[in-house]
Design a protein around this ligand. Structure first.
Ligand SMILES: [Zn+2]
Length: 226
């Protein structure tokens, strides 16, 4: 069986090991996309009008390598990447205090960022503020619990790794994440792989789907302003 990467539109023999755990079948050998980036691309192409060629703006927080190389090729997309670390993006940005006016962006991508941000509710409100009323945000987070676990007094990287799943995570999200988004001004729809691809496509595109149809704890949310 051959595999297909929707980000670079290449047929590939296999996806290579990737991520922290070097799990098999993750990284595209051509564009280095991982499963999350391929899911994001399917979301852009199948659930939004991002690729229709009309002028739009996008803010991409803590940009993933493959997407940050693919998105600038989208016709008439005014694309801005931002990160707390100015070496990792076009502009330095603290997403709890965004130096852009209300309604600046048609689309925002914020994937595996909020679990690193101490005041995540303030970040959500800021992202809602700079989103155009007709715009959308793609949020992705690691989510494995019913209820969010967080404790700001825990700063030791080893303890954070043990409790939150990564030395730099400040919490482990649960299903109540949706409530935080709603309170921050978003209408939320959680997406499953089945919303973006058929079972055959999910396998062929290496979307990282588990036997239960889940995404190994990667939760995907399509948000608009309410
Ligand atoms: Zn690729």
């Amino acid at each position: 069986m051959s595999y297909y990467c929707p980000v670079c539109e290449c047929e590939v023999e296999a996806f290579k090991p990737g991520g922290h755990s070097k799990r098999a079948g993750v990284k595209c050998p051509v564009c280095k996309s991982n499963a999350r980036s391929r899911l994001a691309w399917l979301f852009f192409s199948r659930m939004t009008d991002l690729l229709d060629g009309r002028p739009k703006t996008m803010l991409h927080i803590a940009p993933e390598y493959a997407l940050a190389r693919r998105l600038p090729q989208v016709p008439h997309l005014d694309y801005l990447t931002a990160d707390l670390d100015p070496h990792k993006a076009m502009v330095k940005m603290d997403i709890t205090a965004i130096a852009y006016p209300d309604g600046s962006f048609d689309s925002i991508v914020c994937s595996h960022v909020l679990e690193h941000v101490p005041d995540d509710r303030r970040a959500m409100r800021e992202l809602a503020r700079v989103l155009k009323p007709s715009g959308w945000v793609l949020f992705m987070i690691p989510m494995k619990l019913e209820k969010t676990v967080e404790d700001p007094s825990i700063t030791d990287p080893a303890e954070r790794d043990r409790l939150f799943g990564h030395p730099e995570h400040v919490r482990r999200y649960g299903r109540d994440f949706v409530g935080r988004l709603t309170e921050s001004g978003f209408a939320v729809r959680q997406l499953a792989v089945a919303d973006l691809a058929t079972v055959e496509e999910a396998q062929r595109m290496g979307l990282g789907q588990g036997a239960d149809g889940g995404l190994f704890g990667n939760a995907v949310f399509h948000c608009t302003r309410h």
